[in-house]
Design a protein around this ligand. Structure first.
Ligand SMILES: [Zn+2]
Length: 288
């Protein structure tokens, strides 16, 4: 069966340290997208092409604005483009109207580039949580039909513990509904354990990831997996920076850990399983 592959198109510091940046914690990090996001994404697209894999790419608004040709390269390669919001804001830190503005802006940016409607959304840091579940209504009012923002685990920055583990339709108080695609987890000893991408994929042995995916597919459940292009980049984050302290050094070290192994793990993942985009899966391209 086909599984769902998603890619959050952004730099590592948008993904990992925006919150810390606001605290003045990461002096070298800027919210401006770097050229690395282009080269890393192109490299990942080349690898996907080798295996005939398709994905839904959640492109950050600032990345689309700075590198519109990258967005066109993604659609030209046959992948689906969706929005990761404009400014990588935590949803639960925004009020309803600020969130609406972020969605409308980022959606229109992408639509103007690719010349077609954008249907999907993933919140920065999976930050649709029980406290910000109101955001789902705003999404449907902004023309979004599917969402991949929920991670049914409990974490400091994110998580929707108790949320559904598999793709499902969410009916909302405004009378609309939305297809929700939670990141895959493994159910073990009454707990949802994360394995479906990002740092969990980078740090866990491939054999563990493979077994978790196989167990989902044996239960006839589609896996929803996520990646970041920067996780292929072994060169950045090397070497200490001026004015770094122990805490920031440790953080950068953890962000780099196992990046050397990521490409070979991705190749095994693409070879062992079949991957497609969310819309292809929802349209019934899931029977293969
Ligand atoms: Zn992100």
């Amino acid at each position: 069966m086909k599984n769902i592959l998603t890619i959050d198109v952004e730099d590592w510091y948008q993904s990992s340290v925006d919150v810390l940046l606001r605290k003045g914690y990461c002096a070298e990090c800027r919210p401006i997208p770097s050229l690395r996001v282009v080269s890393n994404t192109m490299r990942l697209l080349d690898i996907l092409a080798e295996f005939g894999a398709k994905a839904t790419c959640f492109v950050l608004g600032t990345v689309a604005e700075t590198y519109p040709s990258l967005v066109r390269r993604i659609t030209d390669a046959g992948h689906e483009v969706a929005t990761h919001g404009y400014g990588h804001e935590l949803v639960y830190s925004l009020d309803r109207e600020s969130f609406r503005s972020d969605i409308v802006l980022s959606k229109k940016l992408l639509e103007d580039i690719v010349g077609q409607e954008v249907w999907g959304y993933r919140a920065p840091y999976f930050s649709i949580t029980p406290a910000s579940a109101w955001a789902l209504q705003v999404l449907t009012e902004s023309g979004i039909t599917f969402d991949a923002s929920m991670f049914p685990i409990r974490r400091g920055l994110y998580g929707f513990p108790g949320g559904g583990r598999f793709p499902h339709i969410v009916g909302l108080a405004n009378g609309r509904s939305l297809l929700e695609l939670p990141v895959s987890t493994l159910r073990l000893l009454g707990q949802n354990l994360p394995f479906g991408g990002g740092g969990y994929f980078r740090l866990a042995p491939y054999a563990v990831i493979k077994r978790a995916l196989e167990s989902l597919n044996r239960a006839k459940q589609v896996a929803v997996f996520y990646m970041h292009p920067y996780e292929l980049d072994t060169e950045e984050l090397k070497g200490p920076l001026p004015a770094e302290n122990r805490r920031t050094r440790l953080f950068r070290w953890s962000q780099r850990l196992n990046r050397e192994k990521t490409e070979s793990k991705i190749r095994r993942l693409l070879s062992d399983f079949t991957w497609t985009s969310i819309s292809d899966w929802a349209d019934g391209g899931n029977g293969g």
